[in-house]
Design a protein around this ligand. Structure first.
Ligand code: ATP
Ligand code: MG
Ligand code: MG
Length: 349
């Protein structure tokens, strides 16, 4: 037993806490929002601002170990409690800034999309000239689910675009044939295990579905992608679950971004793997032996339940081998992740 603190109040924290409870732990969440779907399954919660250092100190005092489920937790206020936090907050620092993240990965031998830092409109014009169009202008910080991104189809587009009043980067558009992610868990002793890589389908910048096994032409790219993800984990002395997203291209895997946490494209592992990403994250941060990551069914398909789709989601339960997860969110805003469903197929043709 013991008490695990979770920074963030979303569905990732909720599913983490459910795995932790199975192993006999108590969880406490810390997040500024009132309607936290993670707090609902925890024994206690702190509803405080991210920079409330007194509250963070009180939170830390109640916890044996602390982790996060939200990658945009401000890092500076965590400094006084950092020794209790797994993974180390330096992983947050790197992943929170798309520029720092890309430079870091390049140093490790990875290949991101062509990119340029944009500080002015003139920078954007120069970048589109050099890198070409189409491309995507992205805020360096705070983006998720495709928010804070603008597609640029031509230099004329770039001329007409008004920059947001926050730092951005311009990325060349990658002509990928598919997307996949590498999800690994790294233990306190440095042991690394990988889940099989799912093939990820995005719609409007939001993950729609993850399918296993991935096509052979993706599988050919998993090995170099794993190598890069493992060196990212090692360089950060990472403990817990780490995700790296990739574009599969004819030139090999292009690094998109990392998520220093459990990931939507790993939700299939709850029923589809011997040990889920959530359980292995808890095992890693608590210093327990890591569990087997093997896929247990010949075919696994995870689909997100977005916005109003949640209304009829329970109908899916009529299908055999369908596992439904609803996150308990009270408002089904458009594009919001309300739940997911995983189907295991045992008698694949
Ligand atoms: P997440 O919710 O995964 O954190 P995010 O807001 O950080 O999303 P990205 O992963 O940068 O967004 O982009 C979302 C999706 O948009 C990608 O998975 C991909 O489908 C598409 N995309 C992003 N950047 C590029 C690019 N340079 N070339 C081609 N497609 C891209
Ligand atoms: Mg992201
Ligand atoms: Mg992404």
């Amino acid at each position: 037993g013991g008490t695990i603190g979770i920074l963030g109040g979303g569905q990732l924290g909720r599913m983490m806490a459910m795995s932790a409870a199975q192993l006999g732990y108590h969880c406490i969440t810390y997040s500024p929002e009132r309607d936290s779907v993670a707090a609902e399954v925890c024994s206690d919660f702190f509803c405080n601002k991210w920079d409330d250092r007194a509250a963070l100190a009180a939170f830390a005092q109640k916890c044996d170990v602390i982790t996060w489920e939200f990658e945009n937790v401000p890092v500076a206020p965590l400094q006084p409690i950092k020794d209790q936090i797994f993974p180390h907050p330096r992983a947050l620092e790197t992943a929170q800034d798309r520029l720092a993240e890309k430079r870091f990965v390049e140093k490790l031998g990875g290949t991101p999309a062509a990119f340029a830092t944009i500080d002015s409109h003139a920078d954007l014009i120069t970048a589109v000239d050099r890198i070409g169009a189409p491309g995507i202008l992205k805020t360096r910080r705070d983006g998720y689910d495709g928010k804070g991104q603008w597609r640029v189809d031509s230099s004329r587009d770039a001329e007409g675009l008004r920059l947001p009043d926050t730092a951005t980067i311009y990325e060349g558009f990658v002509e990928f044939f598919a997307e996949f992610s590498v999800i690994l868990v790294r233990g306190q002793d440095g042991e690394v295990r990988f889940w099989d890589s799912a093939e990820n389908l995005h719609e409007d910048g939001v993950l729609a579905a993850s399918t296993l096994p991935a096509s052979t032409r993706i599988q050919e790219q998993v090995e170099p992608a794993r190598k890069l993800a493992a060196s990212v984990a090692q360089a950060l002395n990472y403990v817990g679950v780490l995700t790296c997203e990739f574009f599969a291209t004819h030139e090999g895997p292009i690094f998109n971004e990392m998520a220093p946490r459990v990931h939507n494209s790993g939700h299939w592992s709850i029923e589809g793997a011997a040990t889920s990403q959530f359980e292995n994250h808890i095992r890693a941060i608590c210093g327990l032996p890591l569990g087997d990551t093997a896929t247990i069914a010949p075919h696994v398909a995870m689909r997100n339940i977005i916005g109003k789709e949640a209304k009829t989601a329970q109908d899916m339960l009529a299908e055999p081998n369908m596992h439904l997860h609803l996150y308990g969110k009270r408002h089904a805003r458009d594009g919001r992740k309300m739940g997911h469903a995983t189907k295991l197929v045992w008698d694949a043709e």
